[in-house]
Design a protein around this ligand. Structure first.
Ligand SMILES: Nc1ncnc2c1ncn2[C@@H]1O[C@H](COP(=O)(O)OP(=O)(O)OP(=O)(O)O)[C@@H](O)[C@H]1O
Ligand SMILES: [Mg+2]
Length: 285
């Protein structure tokens, strides 16, 4: 099966000479949940901005569904790839929240009734329906972020990209966001997030991309998040569950668990082993 997204030796340098991406090649398949991690300035946002034609490859290529992204097809790619910016102030600008969410579907040339249904569905999904008449610049930062997410959901894109989606969301907002992402994933959408949250990446992602200094450090499953050399090289911290296992000598295991479920399973296994050993000793005596 051909990859849905393909980067081939992608390079990008900003006007001031900063080499933000230095030869990135990778493939992302349809239906993946990908978390992109790396220190500040690693190039995460720059990379993501190439996936829907906001930036164009200066060297190398970006392909979506087999089509090389160029200025000629950037409108097509924007319908296919929804992008939620790191900073919602870059995204919400209409007089009301409702207008803001309707903006994308309106540009897609949809009928009025379809637009209304899409706006309602999207605003309800992010818990912002009650605030639909409010001016976006009067919203709190977290509310703006939700409005920005709703604006993308309303366009029904095949690929959803969220740059730091949990920044400024309260715990309930984060939980609600990931429930929405699970619904999108169940519908076969491909989702990519940039994040600094390794615990979230470990629990949520099916695929991990590690970037540093504009270069690809690694691309693989969530096992990468507990590989000592990579965690150090990428300037990450270990998932909290694995930190517990590193600190308690009786729990030292390899590979380290990444998620709460894996940690709980390992503890149960160790308890069972201990109980079986104790029973064995009783039988002999
Ligand atoms: N508009 C710009 N002009 C010049 N340099 C830029 C610009 N935007 C980003 N950069 C530089 O490009 C590099 C990559 O930045 P980018 O925003 O992609 O990093 P990031 O991984 O998203 O970081 P963060 O975790 O802070 O969001 C950095 O060195 C940054 O200083
Ligand atoms: Mg960024």
């Amino acid at each position: 099966m051909a990859a849905l997204i393909e980067l081939e030796d992608l390079h990008f340098r900003y006007h001031d000479g900063t080499p933000a991406l230095q030869g990135i090649s990778l493939k992302i398949n349809q239906g993946e949940k990908t978390a992109l991690l790396g220190p500040n300035g690693a190039g995460k946002s720059t990379l993501l901005l190439h996936l829907n034609g906001i930036y164009h490859a200066q060297q190398g290529a970006v392909r979506v569904a087999g089509e090389k992204i160029t200025r000629a097809n950037e409108n097509w790619v924007r319908g296919k790839v929804g992008f939620v910016f790191q900073d919602p102030d870059d995204q919400v600008f209409s007089p009301t929240v409702w207008d803001d969410v309707a903006f994308g579907p309106l540009n897609q040339g949809l009928e009025r009734t379809t637009i209304e249904a899409r706006v309602r569905e999207a605003l309800q999904a992010v818990g912002m329906w009650e605030l639909r008449a409010k001016a976006p610049h009067h919203l709190s930062y977290g509310q703006k972020k939700r409005a920005a997410i709703a604006g993308i959901l309303a366009m029904h894109p095949e690929i959803v990209i969220l740059d730091e989606p949990t920044a400024f969301l309260d715990p309930a907002g984060q939980k609600a966001l990931f429930e929405i992402l699970e619904i999108l994933h169940a519908k076969g959408k491909t989702i990519i997030i940039a994040t600094h949250d390794v615990d979230l990446a470990a629990e949520w992602a099916t695929s991990i991309i590690l970037l540093k200094d504009g270069k690809l450090l690694a691309h693989g499953d969530t096992g990468l998040l507990v590989r000592d050399s990579l965690v150090r090289a990428a300037g990450l911290k270990f998932p909290v569950v694995s930190q517990v296992f590193q600190q308690v000598p009786a729990l030292v295991v390899r590979p380290l668990p990444k998620t709460v479920a894996e940690g709980a399973h390992l503890i149960m296994q160790l308890i069972n082993q201990k109980e079986e050993k104790a029973r064995g000793i009783n039988i002999i005596s």
